[in-house]
Design a protein around this ligand. Sequence first.
Ligand SMILES: [Zn+2]
Length: 372
Amino acid sequence: MPGELRCPLCERALEFSPRPEPCPRCRVPGTFFPTGAGLSGKAPGGQGIWRFREFFPPATPLSLGEGDTPVVESERLGPALGVRLHFKLEGANPTGSFKDRGASVLVAVLREFGVRKVAADSSGNAGAALAAYAARAGIQATVFVPAHASEKKLRQIEAYGGKLVRVDGPRPRATVEAKAACERDPELVYASHNESPYFLAGLRSLAYELAEQLAGQELEHVLVPVGGGALFLGLYYGFRELEAAGLLAKAPRLHLVQARVCAPLASAWEAGEREPKPVDVGTTVAEGVCIPAPPRGQEILAALRTIGGTAVVVEDAEILSAWSRLAREEGLYVEPTSAVAVAGLFSLVRRGEVRPGESVVIPLTGSGLKAS
Ligand SMILES: [Zn+2]
């Protein structure tokens, strides 16, 4: 076993299973911690995220060519803000978003356990990623989507053979319905991008790739749009492991950015609380980060304290402005959710949290081609 499943808060060992139980004491999802030989410092052979398989739960690789996404330097926004800014283009993944990193590992692990049917709730990108990897693995996927999800994403899920269940009402209804379906059908396994430790494990690859691609350059700030927070936590654990292995002088500060209408983590951060309170949400252009009660909330807030980051809230008008500037000034067409972190950078520069000359990386999480 190249690692263990533990509670991220009290470190209690949890059972490695297709349906990993939350910590019985803390009631939070478990996290996979690799105990492998350690990062060697040399780029491992092969391609994509499975180069890093010794840091994933044990599974035969299941790949569509995810990972190894390009890093490009900002031509205009960075210079305009006086910072050294790089983007990591996660829309270049096979289904068009960073979620492929997590879905690849999650479905590979479930296939190893002999799982035949999976269900998840998603506003679109995670559902598309799950449906694609499930198709590859010969597993039936059912995706519970909120009624407001992008039609293009829904068509993509169906094209992969995923079964769509539209759920009226606010986003959390889709989660409730997906879990209820898994309770009714003992063969149906809940494969959540917000809860599964296997999904989260695959996102560490983003930190490992960034460290390779920007080797020799200082890495001071990374800004992340946060809904369920798997991307934030994947980067956090990945960078901390690199730092512990001596491959990175210092982990960058990670900052989380949320949209005003759904900012439970940023609100908890500002109030100095350790646990987010669920919020009522309105609608936002950033549908991908609209998780009113993130299951990993306490883990994220603890990580934010440890890594010396901060939380930022941005308005929809700021998100749309950043989205437009990315396209017009950089030639980067992303979905509005990806622009959340860019809007957050403007705010952090104004607040003096990011200072002139410092280096910033923003993962642009998904392609604009499938946004509404
Ligand atoms: Zn615990």
